[in-house]
Design a protein around this ligand. Structure first.
Ligand code: AMP
Ligand code: GLY
Length: 417
């Protein structure tokens, strides 16, 4: 099978790495990709938001499966355009991707499906904003209704800052603050059958100790030794299956990757958000642990035959990923800095630790930074402590002027805290 992956982040690098190891995959393409993905897939230039261009590329390549990585093309209907060209797509329709594209839509689906989430108000006027802020009190949680590339959510004790963010959006969801650890649980679905993956935890804040601004994610690990062993079953029953059933009932079935961002609160598990695609950086650790070859699972989801897929097989290993970000990320990341040490990681640390590229590009013989999150250093080990040690050993070999990374990814979990 020829496979085309759309996107060019560390998530797509992780997907391409797994697909490149899958004997069912005869040719692997990525558009637009990045300097690291070029080592495992053939890169093609494309405007990932242009459905017709992606469909034309997939047709030209003879792709038997197209996997759309990021949310923006899904919300823009790229999956629909490729499906209309008769090619199976892993990724939801534009309508179903509204589960991520609109927080208000997601709340409506959850209410209809009886899925536990934070109580919320959808507000469009200053009066509604004030009433909602006062109804919940501090800490305030204010979410831009639309896609905002990780910058749409403000959680703050400061009412004025919460109000200012709300008034800067056309439509906002203001909701109750959820306390407790966060879990990311992904499920693969064809719109009927739902297959959960292993849970992971992401580190959203820029700095150690969960300080600093929110980011796209600075690291992740899996499994979660502290989590209730029944968590996945519970989330399947209370969240994932009812949501998939509700979208099918509405005539807009969701097929692809359903990502539930969860808070484990003292009053039970609550959905913080849904995403309509693999999460980044959680994908890096989840796929590092998946033994089942990926292509047939994703093709079965795309074709509506996921019930034919045998149960997924997981490694006993733990996985940790640490993101290396540019100087000044997440504000105004500096790009164009040379990255050194990649060959040393490949020579010294592989196969247990490896680098997945996010914002990188090739400039002559050099690889330079080209985005906020630059690399994701991923490692597996017999437990989290070992995986962590291997990941940080590889991180220490990477030299990128002004770069930053967290030093506490998976630290508490590895110590059994
Ligand atoms: P989201 O984009 O909805 O995932 O929000 C980004 C981050 O904001 C989440 O990962 C949480 O850390 C935080 N957050 C979102 N909603 C809430 C909430 N209701 N209570 C507490 N924290 C939240
Ligand atoms: N890890 C957060 C996200 O992918 O949105």
């Amino acid at each position: 099978m020829k496979v085309l992956v759309i996107g060019g982040g560390a998530r797509e690098h992780a997907l391409c790495r797994s697909l490149s190891l899958d004997p069912d995959v005869s040719a692997l393409y990525c558009a637009p990709g990045n300097a690291g993905i070029a080592e495992v897939a053939e890169l093609r230039p494309v405007d990932a938001l242009d459905g017709d261009a992606v469909a034309a590329l997939a047709t030209e390549l003879g792709a038997g499966l197209v996997i759309v990585g990021p949310e923006a093309p899904l919300v823009a209907g790229v999956g629909d355009a490729v499906r209309a060209a008769g090619i199976p797509v892993f990724g939801p329709s534009a309508e179903a991707a509204q589960l991520e594209g609109s927080k208000a839509f997601a709340k409506d689906v959850m209410a209809a499906a009886g899925v536990p989430t934070a109580r919320s108000y959808v507000c469009t006027t200053p009066e509604e904003v004030d009433a909602a802020l006062d109804a919940f009190g501090a800490p305030y949680v204010v979410k831009d209704d639309g896609l905002a590339a990780g910058k749409g959510v403000v959680v703050t004790e400061d009412r004025a800052a919460a109000r200012a963010h709300a008034l800067g959006c056309d439509r906002v969801v203001i909701e109750e603050y959820l306390d407790g650890p966060e879990v990311s649980l992904f499920a693969i679905t064809d719109g009927v059958t739902v297959v959960p993956l292993q849970p992971a935890q992401d580190f959203k804040r820029a700095l150690d100790g969960d300080e600093g601004p929110n980011t796209g994610g600075m690291g992740a690990y899996s499994p979660l030794p502290w989590a209730d062993p029944k968590l996945v079953d519970e989330v399947m029953e209370l969240v994932l299956q009812p949501t998939v059933d509700e979208l099918r009932r509405r005539g807009t079935p969701f097929s692809g990757l359903l990502y539930a961002g969860l808070a484990i609160t003292s009053r039970g598990t609550r959905v913080i958000e849904f995403n309509a695609r693999f999460g980044d950086p959680e994908t890096q650790v989840v796929l590092a642990r998946l033994r089942t070859p990926l292509a047939s699972v994703l093709l079965n989801a795309a074709n509506g035959t996921l019930d034919a897929e045998p149960a997924l097989v997981w490694r006993e290993d733990a996985a940790v990923t640490v993101v290396i970000a540019s100087h000044n990320y997440p504000e105004t990341p500096r790009t164009g800095d040379p990255i050194e040490g990649l060959a040393e990681v490949a020579a010294e640390d592989a196969p247990d630790a490896y680098v997945l590229h996010a914002g990188t590009r090739r400039e002559g013989d050099a690889v330079v930074s080209a985005g906020g999150r630059v690399l994701s250093v991923t490692a597996t080990g017999s437990d989290l402590a070992q995986a962590r040690a291997k990941a940080y050993k590889a991180v220490a070999r990477i030299r990128l002027d002004g770069s930053q990374h967290r030093t506490d990814i998976a630290a508490k979990a590895a110590e059994g805290r």
